[in-house]
Design a protein around this ligand. Sequence first.
Ligand code: THU
Length: 130
Amino acid sequence: MDYKLLVSKAIEAKSNALPTYSNFFVGAALLTKDNKIYTGCNVESSSYSLTMCAERIAIFKAISEGERKFKAIAVTHDKDDFISPCGACRQVISDLCGDIDVVLVNSKNEIKVMKTSELLPFAFSDKDLK
Ligand code: THU
């Protein structure tokens, strides 16, 4: 699967980031099963812990619009290295999106595709609550 469009949407979303305190810009783009794209960027608060990551904003936007099935999420930032979603986002991706492709994008526009299950093996899930 070619993730060119998804990656370009994530890069576009990154320009809306509001990283007032970290100055770390992140953009995310989530691809639904029927090929719609929802984007997100990180938004920071002066009460630091209230900050929200780009991935979770994209996911919550999509879920709140009624979307339930997803294929991939692209995440981009301005570093040369590949950086992957934080632990909280991994849990939310696992819970709400399932074992999808997580498309990591570095500042050189290189991509590395990983599965949710590789990023969060032995995940806690709704099954554990039964
Ligand atoms: N951030 C994300 O948006 N996604 C991640 O997966 C890692 C961290 C944001 C949160 C905060 O605004 C900034 O990056 C620095 O942690």
